[in-house]
Design a protein around this ligand. Structure first.
Ligand SMILES: Cc1cc2nc3c(=O)[nH]c(=O)nc-3n(C[C@H](O)[C@H](O)[C@H](O)COP(=O)(O)OP(=O)(O)OC[C@H]3O[C@@H](n4cnc5c(N)ncnc54)[C@H](O)[C@@H]3O)c2cc1C
Length: 397
């Protein structure tokens, strides 16, 4: 492997009707931080490259540069107006392995360039799908749903990868993924096979990144970057899938117009029907909308048809697989505080958590932690709120 084979971080950004998704800026922010440290540590000049696909999208490039991109490679084509996996996969894969594009980003190493060093996608429904197909195309690995990234020089001893010998893998992207409700981390590495018997490079080292986790950098309107046009070519086969109609399906559950949200998780398990009704009562007292954690939408408990169809539904899920909310008050009942859930509610102004386990991750995310079982705490809360409401009403009349 030479210095020029694998270079830069390529970030596949997403937009809806030419409006950038927040996660795109978050990925750029993290790419910028990683590469600034990387370039300093390895005295290098690698770049953050945004890949932008769509129709009439060139103007978005400036925003990407202000948020950390050194270069934006854009493909502007009517066929790319809406995401279709086949043509998006083809275009992104070509951009990621195109030496002419690499030369426009940085002339010096373009002749050797094979692939990006690292590649980032969003861990949302589009990014999860695209990352898998693009990486299959590029014949490398993928770590999904990552919430922490570190670059390191690691000593690896592995039967297949290194033939059992200890070898140093420089500039390796350690990709951390929360597992088991966020209680354990898995570190995923995408390593070249250096064992002479089965030599093969695995680049880019790629991942999808959980929305809401990484910080956006302060935009700098004076930042300069290259804007590079890429003209995709499609054949008849690529365009077999056509979009004949497109509707944005709005969620039936309105979270945005509520000042308070009461959410519950698997902690309702001891008597799900009664506990959910009790939570419904609490929500009604404070005029709150009701949210749930992802496992509840998989209907793990046997409850009445009404409770099931009203509450245990995907539209109520808060988190990376559901909705992002930012109410004034968020009450988390029987929720452990997994990263994927927190990403959906961390912008709430004031958070109360009710949980008997004071080691639950939710404790770090709340303003008030009530240690206790919901069966004991929620009735007291309802009683107290009713008393307070009566006092307020008495003062008004
Ligand atoms: C790719 C991926 C995407 C995901 N996306 C989401 C997402 O968008 N949203 C989401 O929520 N999750 C998501 N998850 C799942 C997430 O990792 C956690 O598994 C999930 O959030 C845990 O749900 P929970 O808190 O309800 O359950 P648990 O982790 O089982 O926690 C239950 C909590 O209830 C407490 N408890 C027990 N008894 C009581 C009681 N009597 N009263 C009060 N508390 C009690 C326990 O102490 C515990 O803390 C995702 C996972 C993956 C892998």
């Amino acid at each position: 492997m030479t210095e020029g084979d694998y270079r830069h971080i390529y970030v596949v950004v997403e937009h809806e009707e030419e409006k950038l998704l927040q996660v795109s800026l978050e990925m750029l922010g993290e790419a910028r931080r990683i590469l600034d440290d990387f370039n300093k540590k390895y005295s290098s000049k690698e770049k953050v490259v945004a890949i932008l696909l769509g129709y009439n999208i060139k103007d978005i490039s400036n925003i990407l540069i202000q948020h950390g991109a050194d270069a934006v490679v854009y493909a502007d084509n009517l066929e790319l107006r809406y995401v279709r996996n086949t043509i998006y996969t083809k275009t992104i894969s070509h951009i990621a392995s195109d030496r002419d594009v690499a030369a426009k980003i940085e002339q010096e190493y373009a002749a050797q360039f094979k692939r990006p060093r690292y590649m980032f996608f969003a861990a949302d429904s589009i990014g999860r799908h695209l990352s898998a197909t693009v990486l299959a195309h590029l014949e490398s690995g993928l770590a999904s749903d990552i919430n922490k990234l570190v670059v390191g020089d690691l000593q690896i001893t592995h039967q297949n990868k290194t033939g059992g010998k200890p070898l140093i893998y420089e500039k390796t992207l350690e990709m951390y993924r929360p597992d088991f409700s966020g209680f354990l981390w898995t570190t995923i590495l995408c390593l070249d096979n250096r064992n002479p018997a089965m030599q093969k490079d695995y680049h880019p080292q790629a991942c999808s990144m959980i929305p809401g986790v990484f910080d956006i950098i302060q935009p700098d309107p004076t930042r300069e970057g290259k804007v590079i046009e890429y003209s995709p070519k499609f054949d008849e086969q690529d365009l077999k899938v056509k979009i004949v109609d497109r509707k944005i399906i709005k969620s039936e559950i309105d979270f945005d117009s509520y000042k308070a949200i009461v959410s519950f998780g698997r902690g309702v398990k001891d008597s799900p029907e009664q506990n959910i009704k009790m939570i419904e009562e609490l929500a009604s007292e404070i005029d709150a909308q009701i949210g749930i954690t992802l496992p509840l939408s998989k209907k793990p408990f046997s409850v009445s048809q009404t409770v099931d169809s009203t509450y245990l539904i995907p539209d109520r899920v808060i988190g990376t697989s559901g909705r992002k909310v930012s109410p004034k008050l968020y009450i988390a009942i029987g929720i452990s505080g997994a990263m994927q859930h927190i990403a959906g509610m961390k912008d709430s102004e004031f958070v109360i958590a009710i949980n008997p386990d004071e080691n639950s991750l939710m404790k770090d995310e709340c303003d008030v932690f009530i240690k206790g079982r919901m069966e004991d705490v929620v009735p007291l809360l309802i009683e107290e709120i009713r008393k307070q409401n009566q006092v307020v009403q008495a003062k008004v009349t």
